[in-house]
Design a protein around this ligand. Structure first.
Ligand code: CP
Length: 318
């Protein structure tokens, strides 16, 4: 493996989950792999879980870890070629990437969708520039369209908590006050489509995701119907993907908030969310605080998904 963007990059997903569960049992057992290797985590956007879990994963593997917040202390970066740089951006990504790469062995990049240009976002322009110009293994720490470390952690969590061989997993849209990217639901769909689960997506009309990730999965516009018999409820907000509303909020319908009444429709289902979450918009206090809420073990598994991915990058490239 040289890059991580999709479930496909992990090869056999069941094997990857089993490997992650081995890593979880012995998370300090692979320190020799990262000796004298440096992990650089580049953040163009805020983070709590990704920052801490990826840094911790690198340390578990014996790596030195550097975190760069591009917008706090570094030069402002221009990302588009051909721009006359007479504004507030002092450095171009095309110089910055090889310079960053000269100080590290593996690079993680967080770079959200900007919603200014759908093609720029969906071509993963920033992440692909890191892949092209760094000469190093590169992984997404949530880029414009994908969040594979989150989806991998979600799948590990489902594997740990499932009670039947093929659980019903429902991805449900829920309301939010701000326009959010589609990266988390895209990657969740990408991974669930490759996993042994009965996968259903539910959202209001107009919130259809890119077919590249949905790949024919069942879409049910009636949330109550979708939730019937669910073993896992994965709530997430996203903004519209389809034109002409790309990146826009088209509904804030609070009837889609996951409440105790909604969870009563499920098969004593577990509640999941990637966090950070807006309480009483996405999910009510009582659901997120209930015994069926997996949000904390799910976040803790981010260390395991990151360690498994970085372990493979070390094994395959050095
Ligand atoms: N779930 C997730 O990626 O959290 P952060 O944005 O805090 O890293």
């Amino acid at each position: 493996m040289r890059t991580l963007m999709t479930a496909h990059d992990l090869g056999d997903l069941n094997k990857a989950v089993q490997e992650a569960l081995e890593v979880k049992k012995n998370r300090y057992g692979y320190k020799h792999l990262g000796e004298n290797k440096t992990l650089l985590c580049v953040f163009f956007n805020n983070s709590l879980r990704t920052r801490l879990s990826t840094q911790k994963a690198g340390m578990n593997l014996g790596m030195n870890t550097i975190v760069l917040d591009v917008n706090q202390g570094a030069w402002k970066l221009e990302t588009e070629r051909g721009v006359i740089m007479d504004g507030d951006k002092s450095e171009h990504l095309l110089e910055a990437i090889p310079v960053m790469a000269s100080f590290c062995d593996i690079i993680g990049v967080r770079s959200f969708a900007r919603f200014e240009n759908k093609a720029f976002d969906y071509e993963e322009t920033i992440l692909n520039q890191f892949i092209k110009y760094s000469g190093k293994p590169v992984f997404s720490m949530e880029s414009a369209t994908v969040h594979p470390l989150q989806a991998f952690a979600d799948l590990i969590t489902i594997e740990e908590h499932k009670k039947v061989a093929r659980p019903k997993v429902v991805l449900t849209w829920a309301p939010h006050p701000r326009a959010l990217p589609q990266a988390v639901p895209n990657s969740f769909a990408d991974f669930m489509n490759e996993a042994n689960v009965d996968f259903v997506i539910t959202h209001p009309k107009g919130y259809e995701l890119d077919e590249k990730f949905v790949r024919g999965a069942k879409v049910e516009y009636d949330q109550d119907k979708a939730l019937e018999g669910a073993d896992f409820v994965y709530a997430k907000n996203w903004s519209a993907y389809q034109d002409p509303n790309y990146g826009q909020i088209i509904s804030k319908d609070m009837n889609w908030t996951i409440s105790t009444e909604k969870m009563a429709l499920t098969n004593n289902g577990k509640f999941m969310h990637c966090l950070p979450v807006r309480r009483n918009m996405i999910v009510t206090d009582d659901v997120i605080e209930s015994a069926n809420s997996l949000v904390i073990p799910e976040a803790a598994n981010r260390e395991i998904s990151a360690e498994t991915v970085i372990k493979r990058l070390l094994e395959d490239n050095f």
